[in-house]
Design a binder for this molecule. Structure first.
Ligand code: AMP
Ligand code: AMP
Length: 358
C-alpha cells in the first residue's frame, strides 16, 4: 500500500463511507453500500445529480465540473474526513487516468491501483493474460503481416470508437488513411496501431470477484454488450452495406444479461483462477475484488480473451438485485455493488481494511 494511503487509513474510524464518481456503475455501487449499511458519497458532474438524487442513493453529493477534480486536495480532505473508501470503475480510468491516481490520490481505494494501471496498458495487459495461460487473438507486428480479418485499435481509442476492420495490407492503409484524413486519428496513431486477429464468435463478458477475506474467487455474472453501430448492421441489407462502405463502430450503449452453457463454466472458472494467481506475481497483493474477462467464444467453443478489466465493469449493472450466478453462490439480493460492500464490511470486522485498499 502507498505510504500516504496508509497514513490516511490510520486516521479512519470504523464509520466508513463508500464513495465513487457519479457515472458508469455508481448506482450499483451505492445501492450495494446502502444495503450493507454504509453511508455514500457521490462525486458528481454538474447536470448529472438528477440521477443520484432521484434514486436517493447518495447521502452526500460533491459537485465538480470535471472528474479530475477528485485529485484536488480540498476534495480529498473532505472525503477523508468522512472516512471514505473509493470504489474505482471505468470512469476513473477514462477521465482521470491510472498514472495520476497512483501519484496523487491518498484517499484509500478498494482494489489494487497497480493492476488498474496494467489494465490500461495494452502490452502489459496482454502479457498478464498470456502468462496466465489464456488464449488471446494473434497480433500482427506490421500491416505487411496481415492475414485474414483483423481489428485495428489505436492508442487511446475509447469504448471501441474509431476501431476499424481490415483484411489486407491494402485495406489497412486505405481505411487508416481515411481515418487520418477525417481527423479520427493522427499519422502517429496509425503507426502505433494495435493490429489484432478478429475473432469470429459471440461476445461473453464474465465478471468475477476475488475475495481477499475468504481467499476465494467467485463467478458472479455474465453479460453481453449492446453496441452502436455494430449491433445494428444486420438490419441493413448487404447491398446497401457495400454501397455505403460501412465501417462498424462499437460505441457502448448498454448491456444484456446472459447465462452460458454449463459445459463452458469449468474453463471460465479455471481462467479466473489463473488470472488471479498470476496477478499475485505481477502486482502484489494481486487482484482485490471485481474483475472481468472480455472474451469471444468461437463456434468450436474455444474461448479467446481479448481484454481484462481489473475493477467493476458496467456489465454487472444487469445483475443489480440479483443474477443467476450470484444467486447460486449467495442466494437472493447479491450483485457486484453489494458484494464489494460486503467485503469491506467483513474486512472492517476482522481489522483487515488495510489488506483490501491501495
Ligand atoms: P461513461 O462515464 O459512461 O462515459 O463511461 C466511462 C467509461 O466506461 C467509458 O470508457 C465507457 O466506454 C465505459 N463504459 C460506460 N458504460 C459502459 C457499459 N455499460 N459497458 C461497458 N463499458 C462502459
Ligand atoms: P473493446 O473496446 O476492447 O471493449 O472492444 C470493442 C468491441 O470490439 C467489442 O464489441 C469487442 O467484442 C470487439 N473486439 C475487440 N477485439 C476483438 C477481437 N480481437 N475480435 C473480435 N472482436 C473484437
Amino acid at each position: 500500500m502507498d505510504k500516504n494511503v496508509g497514513e490516511t487509513l490510520k486516521t479512519y474510524n470504523q464509520d466508513i463511507t463508500i464513495g465513487t464518481l457519479g457515472s458508469h456503475s455508481a448506482l450499483n455501487i451505492f445501492k450495494g453500500a446502502k444495503e450493507e449499511g454504509f453511508k455514500t458519497v457521490c462525486i458528481c458532474k454538474k447536470g448529472d445529480e438528477i440521477v443520484y438524487s432521484r434514486f436517493r442513493l447518495a447521502d452526500e453529493i460533491i459537485m465538480v465540473n470535471d472528474f479530475k477534480e477528485l485529485l484536488n486536495e480540498k476534495i480529498q480532505d473532505k472525503l477523508k474526513k468522512m472516512n471514505t473508501v473509493l470504489i474505482p470503475h471505468g470512469s476513473f480510468n477514462a477521465y482521470i487516468g491510472t498514472g495520476k491516481m497512483m501519484e496523487k490520490l491518498s484517499v484509500p481505494m478498494f482494489g489494487n491501483k497497480n493492476l488498474l494501471h496494467w489494465e490500461t496498458n495494452r502490452e502489459m495487459q496482454r502479457k498478464w493474460l498470456i502468462d496466465a495461460g489464456l488464449k488471446l487473438p494473434k497480433m500482427f507486428k506490421s500491416p505487411d503481416e496481415i492475414k485474414g480479418l483483423v481489428i485495428v485499435k489505436y492508442p487511446g481509442a475509447k469504448g471501441g470508437k474509431g476501431y476499424f476492420l481490415a483484411h489486407s495490407k491494402e485495406t489497412f492503409y486505405e481505411k487508416g488513411t481515411k481515418m487520418v484524413n477525417n481527423g479520427h486519428m493522427s499519422e502517429d496513431d496509425l503507426g502505433n496501431a494495435h493490429i489484432q486477429e478478429y475473432i469470429i464468435g459471440v461476445n461473453i463478458y464474465a465478471s468475477y470477484f476475488h475475495s481477499v477475506v475468504n481467499n476465494e474467487t467467485e463467478f458472479l455474472g455474465v453479460d453481453k454488450r449492446y453496441e452502436s453501430f455494430a449491433d445494428n448492421i444486420g438490419r441493413i441489407p448487404a447491398d446497401e452495406q457495400i454501397e455505403m462502405r460501412i465501417n462498424p463502430t462499437y460505441t457502448i450503449v448498454g448491456n444484456i444479461p446472459l447465462t452460458i452453457r454449463e459445459s463452458l463454466l469449468p474453463e471460465y472458472l479455471r481462467m479466473g483462477d489463473r488470472v488471479v494467481e498470476h496477478a499475485k506475481k505481477i502486482a502484489k497483493p494481486g487482484i482485490i475484488g471485481p474483475f472481468c474477462l472480455e472474451t469471444v467464444v468461437k463456434e468450436n467453443l474455444e474461448i479467446v480473451t481479448f481484454e481484462i478489466s481489473a475493477r467493476i465493469v458496467a456489465g454487472t449493472n444487469v445483475g443489480i438485485g440479483t443474477s443467476p450466478y450470484a444467486y447460486l453462490k449467495h442466494g437472493e439480493k447479491m450483485y457486484m455493488g453489494r458484494r464489494i460492500a460486503k467485503e469491506i464490511k467483513e474486512a472492517i470486522k476482522r481489522d483487515r481494511l488495510k489488506d483490501i485498499v491501495t
